[in-house]
Design a protein around this ligand. Structure first.
Ligand code: ADP
Ligand code: MG
Ligand code: MG
Length: 907
C-alpha cells in the first residue's frame, strides 16, 4: 500500500528537505528541521499526491482510506506532546496547514487551534492557568474554521469578513482599540456571537467533535488547491495544476499566552539589499498571521533594526524603548537562541532563509523555513557573498541568479512608495525596461530642442521610424500607441537601454493638436507622464526615480560566468558610444552593426535622399560618393571602440521608402533642397511605395539591383579598417549580407565585396583580414544552408525576420492579435521575445548543421532580439552556436544565461 502520511517530531522525521515534490516545501522543511535538531512542534504531513486522490475519491471515501494513517499520526503527536486530542483535561490542539512544492503566498488556507469546543476550552484554561488565552484561542479557531472550512470568507476584498464585523462591534461597545485589550468575558461573548453568526450564515451548527473538525479542515486544505485565487496564481506563474498541495497537521504552540509569549518572522539576510544582516519582526502575545495582518504595529527583532526603524518613523529612542522594544532587548535569552538557529539554518540550506517562529512562555519553536524571496540586487549579492563565505561553489552561485531579472540592476527604477500613489492611465507592452518620467512631446525634433533647454521629455508617437532616432535618444523614454516587442521603437529603445512602452492601444495620439487621450482624459504637450518599461504601465504626472548602482558583486559574477561559458556574447551596436557601453558590460565583439542608422546622423540624410531620388546609376554614384567618407568615419569610430574584437557590419537592409519624407510639407522642403519640383519628389516617393515592404525591395535585393550601394559600403568598411591599421588599431571586419534566400544572391554580393576590397588593397598597397558572411533570416536560406555555406564564412541567424517569416506574422502588426493570442493560450510566449524552439528553432538547427556540413569551421551566431533572452540563449548554446549578440544592456543577461547553459549541460 502507498504511504500517504509522513511523521515528524522530537528530532526525527520520515521525510527530508529533498522530498518537496511529495511533502510540499513546508512539510519537507519541517521534517528537515527536525532532523537537524531544531525545536519544531510534532506533526505529520499528508502527501501532495493525495490531493488529487482526495478530490477524485470524494470526501467520504477518502476519509475511509486515510483514517488509519491519520489516526496513527495523531497518536504520534499525542505521545510526543503529552496531551490528548479532544481530551477535556489535557487537550491537544493542532494546526492544519497547506503547503505546495513551491510557495504560493496567501493562496491557500490554514486553520489554527483545531480541537477546541466548550469542553476542551475549559481544559485548556485549567491546564494553562490562563483563561483569557484559552478563549482567545477558541474565538480565533471559530473564525478561521468558519472562514476556511465553512466558506464564510468573503469572495471579494471589498466585502467584510463577518467575524471582523463582530469584533469591531464588541471593541466599540467596550471602547477599546486592540484585540489584546479584550477581557476573558469579552472573548466568551465573542465566541457566542461567532457561533450564532455561523449558524445564521451557513445554516449549520459549528462542529464540536474534534475529529469532525480535523477532517473538515483537511478537506478544506485539499480543496483550496482548486480555489479561484490558487488557480489564477498557478496560471500566472506557470505552476502545473496536477502538483497538488500537501496537508500538514501539527501540534499547536502558543504565542498568545501572555507577555512572555510572541510570534514572528525573520530573514537571515536583508531581502531587499542582500546585506548579511539578521532581521525580522515579532509581536508579543500574538498568534499566527497577526504580524503581517497589520492590526498592531510589529516590532523589530534586532536592536539595530529597531533603532533604524525608529529613526525612519521619527520616533525618539525613549518612545521606541518603551513602546516598540526589540526582541533582543525584551527576551535576550530567546533572542540569542533564535540568532544561533537562523545561522544554523543558513549554514544548512546554504541560502538565505525566511523563517516563522513562535515563543510560548519563553520557549522558542520553529514553524517554517524556506529560501527567502528577494530582489535581483539581493540575489546577486547573496550568491556572491555565500560563495566568498565558502558556503556554495562557483557553479551554484551562477545558477542562483535569475537571468531574466538581471535587467533590474541596469536601469533606473521608480521609487516604490511614489509608485504606490501614482495613477495608471494606460498599459502597453514592456518593450524596454526601466523607468522614465518627463514632459510629453510628440515630435522627435521637439524632443531634441526641449532637451537642449534642459527639459526632461517623454516622446509619445503613434509609432516611431528611423527618422525619430535622435529624438528618441534625447527623450527619457518612449511611448507608442502601436507596435509590438520588435517594433522600431522597442528594438531601438532596448538597444539604447532606454525605457519604452510600446503598443499602448488605449491611448489616442493627435499630432495636429499636440495632445493625446487616455482613459477619457486629455494630456497636452508639456504635461508630465511616467513610464514603467518593466511592466508596461503608464502613469499620470511625475513619479520619482532612483539610479541603480552597479555593485562590485555584479562585476564579480560576470567574471565568474566567463570561466564557464562556451559561447561568446557580442552586442548589437551602431555607434562608438553603444559599442563602448557594451564593451564595458563585457561584450566580446559586435554581432550586428546596422549601417542604415548611420544614414540618419546629422544632415547626411540629404545625400541618402539624393541617392534614392537619382534616376540612374550615375546619379546614385554621385550621391554615394558623398556618403562614403561619412560611413568610413563611422566605421573607424566603431573599429576603434572595439579594437581587437570582431565587428559584424550588415549591409543596407531596410526598404528605401523609410528614408524619404511621407508628408507634403517635408516633401516640399526636400524638393527645395535638391532643386527639383515637388511633383518629382512626390512621384518618386509614390513609386517607392510597396504593399508589403517587409517582403519587398530590401536587404540584399537592394545591393543586387543597385550594386553601387554595396560597393560603396564595402569600400567604406575596408578603407576604415586600413586607416585603423595605420593607427595601430586592430579592426576585424565581418561583412554581412542581409536577407539572403538563394546561394546566387550571396554569390553576387560576395563578388562585389571581394572585388571592391581587392581594388582598395591595390590602391593602398596594404591589406587587412576580413570575412564575408550572411544572415540566415529567410526559411529558404536555412533549408539550403549547405549551398549558402559554400560562399558564406559565417552565419548570423536574424531571428526577428526568421520568426516573422516562419510564423507569417508581420512584426509591425502583431500588436493587433498577439495579446489576444497570449490571453487565449494560443501561444505560450510572444515568439518575437522568446525564440520558438519547436518551429523557428528547427530552422536554426537545420541551418547550423547544414552549414557546418559544408564548412565545418563555420562561425555561427544569432543577432535577433532573442540573443538577449535567457531561454533562447540557452537554446543557442545547445545548438552549438559560437556566439549570441544582443543589445548592450542585455549583454550581462546573456553572459549569465550562457554560463548557466554550459553548467546545466554538464550536469
Ligand atoms: P502560510 O503558508 O500562509 O504562511 P502557515 O501554514 O505557515 O500559512 O500558517 C499561518 C500562520 O500560522 C503562520 O504565522 C504560522 O507560523 C502559524 N502557525 C502555523 N502552525 C502553527 C502551530 N502549530 N502553532 C503556532 N502557530 C502556527
Ligand atoms: Mg507560513
Ligand atoms: Mg532582418
Amino acid at each position: 500500500m502507498k504511504k500517504n502520511v509522513y511523521l515528524f517530531g522530537a528530532g526525527k522525521a520520515e521525510g527530508r528537505a529533498t522530498d518537496k515534490n511529495l511533502l510540499g516545501g513546508k512539510g519537507a522543511n519541517l521534517a528537515e528541521m527536525n532532523r537537524i535538531g531544531l525545536p519544531v512542534p510534532a506533526g505529520f504531513t499528508i502527501t501532495a499526491d493525495y490531493c488529487n486522490r482526495w478530490n477524485e475519491l470524494g470526501t467520504e471515501k477518502a476519509i475511509e482510506e486515510l483514517k488509519p494513517e491519520v489516526e496513527k499520526g495523531i497518536s504520534h503527536i499525542e505521545e510526543i506532546m503529552g496531551a490528548k486530542f479532544g481530551d477535556r483535561e489535557n487537550p491537544l490542539l493542532v494546526s492544519v496547514r497547506s503547503g505546495a512544492r513551491v510557495s504560493m503566498p496567501g493562496m491557500m488556507d490554514t486553520v489554527l487551534n483545531l480541537g477546541l469546543n466548550e469542553d476542551t476550552v475549559a481544559g485548556l484554561a485549567k491546564k494553562s492557568g490562563n483563561e483569557r488565552f484559552a478563549w482567545d484561542s477558541y474565538r480565533r479557531f471559530i473564525q478561521m474554521y468558519g472562514d476556511v472550512v465553512m466558506g464564510m470568507k468573503p469572495e471579494s476584498k471589498e466585502d467584510e469578513d463577518p467575524f471582523e464585523v463582530i469584533i469591531d462591534k464588541i471593541k466599540k461597545e467596550k471602547g477599546v482599540e486592540l484585540d489584546t485589550e479584550l477581557t476573558t468575558d469579552d472573548l466568551q461573548k465573542l465566541v457566542a456571537r461567532f457561533k450564532k453568526a455561523v449558524k445564521e450564515v451557513t445554516g449549520n451548527e459549528f462542529p464540536t467533535d474534534p475529529w469532525e473538525q480535523l477532517w473538515g479542515a483537511i478537506g478544506a486544505v485539499f480543496g483550496s488547491w482548486n480555489n479561484s485565487r490558487a488557480i489564477y496564481y498557478r496560471k500566472m506563474n506557470g505552476i502545473p495544476h496536477h502538483w497538488g498541495t500537501a496537508v500538514n497537521v501539527q501540534s499547536m504552540v502558543y504565542g498568545n499566552m501572555g507577555e512572555n509569549s510572541a510570534t514572528g518572522v525573520a530573514f537571515t539576510r536583508d531581502s531587499a539589499t542582500g546585506e548579511n544582516i539578521f532581521n525580522g519582526e515579532y509581536l508579543v502575545n500574538a498568534q499566527g498571521e497577526d504580524v503581517v495582518a497589520g492590526i498592531r504595529t510589529p516590532q523589530e527583532i534586532t536592536l539595530e533594526g529597531s533603532r533604524r526603524w525608529a529613526k525612519l518613523q521619527n520616533i525618539s529612542e525613549e518612545e521606541r524603548k518603551e513602546k516598540y522594544p526589540s526582541l533582543e532587548e525584551v527576551m535576550p535569552e530567546v533572542y540569542k537562541q533564535l540568532f544561533d538557529i537562523q545561522k544554523k539554518l543558513e549554514e544548512h540550506y546554504k541560502d538565505m532563509q525566511d523563517l516563522e517562529f513562535t515563543i510560548q512562555e519563553g520557549r522558542l519553536w520553529l514553524l517554517q523555513t524556506r529560501n527567502g524571496k528577494r530582489t535581483s540586487a539581493a540575489e546577486v549579492r547573496i550568491a556572491m557573498e555565500l560563495l566568498e563565505e565558502g558556503k556554495i561553489d562557483e557553479k551554484t552561485a551562477i545558477t542562483r541568479v535569475n537571468a531574466n531579472r538581471l535587467d533590474e540592476l541596469l536601469h533606473p527604477e521608480f521609487d516604490k512608495s511614489a509608485l504606490e500613489e501614482a495613477t495608471i492611465i494606460s498599459k502597453g507592452l514592456p518593450a524596454s525596461p526601466g523607468a522614465a518620467t518627463g514632459r510629453i512631446v510628440f515630435f522627435a525634433d521637439d524632443a531634441e530642442t526641449w532637451k537642449a533647454k534642459g527639459e526632461k521629455v517623454v516622446l509619445v508617437r503613434i509609432e516611431t521610424s528611423p527618422e525619430d532616432l535622435s529624438g528618441m535618444d534625447a527623450a527619457e523614454g518612449i511611448l507608442t500607441a502601436r507596435g509590438g516587442m520588435t517594433s522600431h521603437a522597442a528594438v531601438v529603445a532596448r538597444g539604447m537601454g532606454k525605457c519604452c512602452v510600446s503598443g499602448a492601444g488605449g491611448i489616442r495620439v493627435n499630432y495636429k493638436e499636440r495632445k493625446m487621450v487616455a482613459e477619457g482624459k486629455e494630456y497636452k504637450e508639456g504635461d508630465w507622464i511616467s513610464l514603467n518599461g518593466t511592466t508596461g504601465e503608464v502613469y499620470e504626472g511625475k513619479v520619482e526615480t532612483i539610479e541603480p548602482k552597479m555593485s562590485g558583486n555584479f562585476g564579480k559574477l560576470m567574471n565568474l560566468c566567463d570561466k564557464y561559458t562556451r559561447m561568446n556574447v557580442r552586442t548589437n551596436a551602431d555607434t562608438p558610444k553603444d559599442a563602448k557601453v557594451a564593451r564595458d558590460f563585457g561584450a566580446s565583439g559586435i554581432g550586428l552593426c546596422r549601417t542604415e542608422h548611420m544614414f540618419f546622423e546629422g544632415d547626411r540624410i540629404k545625400a541618402v535622399r539624393e541617392m534614392i531620388l537619382a534616376d540612374d546609376e550615375k546619379g546614385r554614384r554621385k550621391a554615394l560618393d558623398k556618403l562614403l567618407p561619412m560611413q568610413r568615419g563611422d566605421f573607424e569610430g566603431i573599429f576603434e571602440a572595439m579594437d581587437g574584437l570582431p565587428v559584424t557590419v550588415r549591409l543596407l537592409d531596410p526598404p528605401l521608402h523609410e528614408f524619404v519624407p511621407q508628408d507634403e510639407k517635408s516633401q516640399a522642403d526636400m524638393a527645395k533642397e535638391l532643386g527639383v519640383s515637388p511633383e518629382e519628389v512626390f512621384n518618386k516617393v509614390e513609386s517607392l511605395h510597396e504593399v508589403n515592404p517587409m517582403l519587398g525591395h530590401r536587404g540584399c535585393r537592394l545591393g543586387n539591383t543597385y550594386p553601387e550601394i554595396t560597393e560603396m559600403q564595402a569600400r567604406a568598411i575596408i578603407e576604415a579598417a586600413l586607416n585603423c591599421k595605420k593607427r595601430g588599431i586592430k579592426a576585424l571586419p565581418e561583412i554581412m549580407v542581409p536577407l539572403i534566400g538563394t546561394k546566387e544572391e550571396l554569390k553576387m554580393q560576395e563578388e562585389i565585396i571581394r572585388s571592391t576590397a581587392e581594388k582598395v588593397f591595390e590602391e593602398r598597397n596594404d591589406t587587412v583580414d576580413y570575412m564575408v558572411g550572411t544572415m540566415i533570416e529567410i526559411p529558404r536560406a536555412a533549408l539550403t544552408a549547405d549551398e549558402i555555406a559554400k560562399t558564406a564564412e559565417f552565419f548570423s541567424f536574424g531571428t526577428n525576420d526568421l520568426t516573422q517569416m516562419t510564423f507569417g506574422y508581420s512584426r509591425d502588426d502583431v500588436g493587433k492579435f498577439l495579446p489576444i493570442y497570449l490571453e487565449k493560450n494560443l501561444l505560450e510566449h510572444d515568439p518575437f521575445q522568446v525564440l520558438d524552439q519547436t518551429g523557428v528553432g528547427q530552422l536554426v538547427e537545420i541551418g547550423t548543421q547544414k552549414g557546418r556540413s559544408t564548412r565545418p569551421e563555420l562561425k555561427v551566431g544569432i543577432c535577433g532580439e532573442h540573443g538577449g533572452e535567457p531561454s533562447s540563449v540557452k537554446f543557442c548554446h545547445r545548438v552549438g552556436m559560437n556566439y549570441v549578440s544582443c543589445s548592450p544592456f542585455r549583454v550581462p543577461v546573456a553572459r549569465l544565461a550562457a554560463a548557466q547553459a554550459a553548467i546545466e549541460e554538464n550536469k
